[in-house]
Each structure stands twice: as C-alpha cells, then as structure tokens.
Ligand binder design. Structure first.
Ligand SMILES: [Zn+2]
Length: 452
C-alpha cells in the first residue's frame, strides 16, 4: 500500500511487475507471494510473513499444515495457501472483511500523518480494537480482491464501545501475535489447556473434562459477543465444540482457540508462561544432565544461529555465560551490528525513503541516531524527498484536524476554527490556502451597526 501510494505506480502495473499477472487476487491477511514482495522491497521474507500477515496464528494453531502453508505463502500459490489454511473447511473461506478502528485512524494520522491497516484488527472474528476498546468498523470484500490502493479513512460516526469479552479476545489475539513474532513456541497446547482447566476445577479426579460445567460457564461468558455463527458454540450443550478444541491433532479455526485461550488465560503472555515459567528447570534440560551436557547443548544451539535470548529461554543459561562460551569456541553470535556497514546503510536508506522517523530507524537497525543521520545525508536527494513526505504528512494531519473539528461542530464559524485548531489553521494558511478557503465555513458578512 505504502509503495503504491508513495510512488504512484498503478496497482495493475505493480501486480504484473511483481507477480507476473495484472489480474492477480491478493488475500488481505494470508498474502501469497511474500518472497517476491520481499525481493522487490529489500525486506526479509520471513520477517514479512511473521510480522505482517496472520500466518503465525495458523502456524501455531494448525501445526500440521504449517510447513505447507508457509511454502505456499512464500512461493505465491494463493489458492493452495487458502486450502492449507483450512479456512474453507471451517466454512470461512469465502467471506472476507477489512476492519479498522476509528480511533486508531485518528491517532495514526496525528502521529504518523497517515493511517495504516492494523494486522491485529484483521483476525477473523475479532470485533474490537485491543488498544481503544471500541468496536471495529468493517467492510465486506465481496468480489475477488485485486490490489486496491487505499488506507482506512476517517469516519463520521462516533465509535461504539465494545463489550468486555470482545476486548479480552482482541487483546489476547494482539498479544499472541506479538509473542509469535519473538518466539517459536514448542509447548503442547492441549497439555496447557488441560493443566489450566484442572486449576479451574474442570477436570475430574480420573482425568476427564467436566464438559457440562465447562460449556455452561464458557458459553454464558460469550453471550455478549456480537458475532454468531460457526465460530461460536451453537448452544450450551454443544460439547462437540469443546471436545474439538481440546483434542490434540484436531483442526479448529484459530479464532475458536483465541476465544478459549482468552477465557482460560486472560492474556497470551500468561498462556505462554503457564506451565514452564522462565527460571524453573526447563523441560529441555533434564534434572540429571551434567555441566558438559548443558554446555554442549548451548553450543549446538548457538551454532544453529539461535539468538542469545532464545538459547537463554531453552537452557536457562545467562547471556554473559553464553557470550563467553561463544568466544571460547569461535562462534559468531547473531548480534545486531553496531558499526555502519554497507548492508546496514542500504537498509537505513530504504527505511528513510519510506518516511520513517530517524529515531524509529535507529531502533529497528540497532544503531545510533548519528549513524542514521549520516547515512541519510550521504544519499543524494533523500533529504529533499523526506522533507516532501514530511510536508505531505503535515498537510494530511492539519486537514484531518480541521475536518474532524468541523464534523463535531457543524455550526462553527471561521473564527472558531482559527481559535480551536490554531496550529493547523495557520499551517494551512501558509501552505495550503486554497484548500483552507474551500473547507472553512462561509464567511459571515459584518453587520453594520444600527444607527440610533
Ligand atoms: Zn484502535
């Protein structure tokens, strides 16, 4: 989206250049052809897949199909990817919605000058913004979706408050996506569910699930959810619903798991930490293992390229210990480069071209602000381009603030706008006067004072 909006290339030309077909249909959250997009934009394909699509949810909840799905998404086989996502078999393959939060739109325009589609809003079944706790706006995508340029827009109506259960599920989904960006979990989900159910008293002494009590409690808590249909239990005695969720190897729509996960654990973080909190003896390190065995395990993980944090989680060994171990054994660590090299310089320039703030670029690249500035100023034309982007952002933000004020105060006079949106008013007055004149309320004629 950003590429198309910034460069002005048409969607058709983009599709045929990148995917070899101008009539290509793209899925909004299981986008196929990631490798090509990554190549074109100089990004890392795995990063795009894990951070910008909903694929991680499907990998996590449908591990049987994870490899095939990943291959389809990277390779560009959208039809196969959809089959491997199992969505059609859940009866959810056809209807697609694009969702956005009216508050996020305002906030994005204010903070960044442009509103983005948020990934966590697109999770099927999610109806609330995890951050603002309001209902999402939604539009159904009826036709096969070609690439349409467009970003979410400011809407006129007031945002509607979401119910507690919707917010909980939205937060759980957001938290889970964030967790999955950082770690590849290797725990047994079914065991985790059972252990939590046991804590809550839903497991009998001989190990079976008290389905009747469980379904009664679960489905009455879901009563406030505005969406019904195949993703929800049909009634309080829909025992099949819960059996499918608890059986290992059964395919269930990821959203059903989000419902149950949010209900059981409240947050994704708590679910991850439930049975094996960091610091306890890790299941990967049997109690009797010797010092040498632990050392060998650390070494082999480091050689496989795991980050220090990941090895720490798996073995419980500190960063300091691991760094020393790596140095002693000549293992190059997977650390952020601190020196400005050519690869990093290109990355900075690419991010700078996209208009990201210098501080954000510095965070992403793990390098100081000074080096970022140095790289930007050494690229000819880039500073000018960024000024232009910044100007456009400022214009969008100023226009949005006046439009939003006028929507809320339909009988406002010119002088009210000037008073309450002072900064935006004067910026537009100096930079975009035509638009300002067109958008302000009619000037009121000065009334001559009556002669007495
Ligand atoms: Zn929001």
């Amino acid at each position: 989206m950003r590429h198309i909006i910034l460069t002005g290339e048409t969607a058709c030309s983009f599709s045929s250049r990148v995917f070899g077909s101008s009539r290509l249909s793209l899925h909004p959250f299981l986008t196929a052809g990631i490798s090509r997009i990554a190549e074109m934009s100089g990004e890392n394909a795995d990063n795009l897949l894990v951070r910008q699509t909903l694929a991680p949810l499907f990998f996590f909840y449908l591990p049987k199909y994870a490899n095939a799905l990943k291959e389809d998404l990277l390779g560009g086989d959208g039809a196969k990817a959809l089959r491997h996502s199992q969505l059609p078999s859940f009866g959810c393959g056809g209807s697609l919605h694009l969702k956005w939060c009216p508050r996020c739109v305002e906030q994005d325009i204010h903070d960044r000058g442009v509103a983005y589609w948020h990934r966590a809003h697109q999770v099927p079944g999610v109806t609330a913004c995890w951050s603002h706790q309001v209902r999402l706006m939604s539009t159904e995508l009826k036709a096969r979706q070609r690439l349409n340029e467009g970003l979410p827009t400011v809407v006129d109506c007031e945002a509607q408050a979401a119910s507690a259960v919707e917010i909980e599920v939205a937060k759980f989904g957001f938290g889970l996506l964030a967790q999955l960006e950082r770690t590849k979990p290797d725990f047994d989900l079914e065991a985790k569910y059972r252990s939590r159910l046991n804590e809550l008293g839903f497991i009998t002494s001989n190990g079976s699930v008290r389905r009747k009590a469980l379904m009664k409690a679960f489905s009455s808590d879901l009563a406030m959810y505005p969406m019904q249909g195949s993703l929800f239990p049909r009634h309080q005695i829909d025992y099949h619903y819960i059996s499918e969720l608890l059986a290992a190897g059964k395919n269930c729509h990821p959203f059903r798991h989000l419902l149950l996960g949010a209900w059981l654990f409240n947050s994704a973080n708590k679910m991850f930490q439930h049975t094996a909190p960091i610091g306890e003896v890790s299941p990967h390190q049997p109690k009797g293992s010797t010092k040498e065995e632990v050392e060998q395990r650390c070494l082999s993980l480091l050689r496989e390229g795991y980050s220090l944090a990941a090895v720490y989680r798996k073995t419980g060994k500190s960063r300091c210990y691991l760094k020393r171990l790596a140095a002693l054994n000549d293992i190059k660590l997977n650390l952020m480069p601190k020196q400005l090299n050519d690869v990093l310089r290109q990355k900075i320039i690419r991010l700078a071209f996209l208009g990201l703030h210098r501080r954000r670029i510095s965070e992403i690249c793990g390098i100081g602000l000074g080096s970022v500035e140095q790289a930007i100023s050494s690229e000819s034309g880039l500073v000018k381009w960024r000024k232009r982007c910044h100007w456009e952002s400022k214009r969008r933000r100023s226009r949005a603030s006046i439009e939003s004020y006028l929507r809320r105060n339909s009988d406002a006079l010119r002088r009210d706008v000037k008073r309450y949106c002072n900064a935006a008013f004067f910026w537009l007055y100096h930079n975009d006067r035509d638009w300002l004149e067109r958008s302000l309320p009619e000037a009121t004629k000065p009334t001559p004072r009556e002669l007495s």
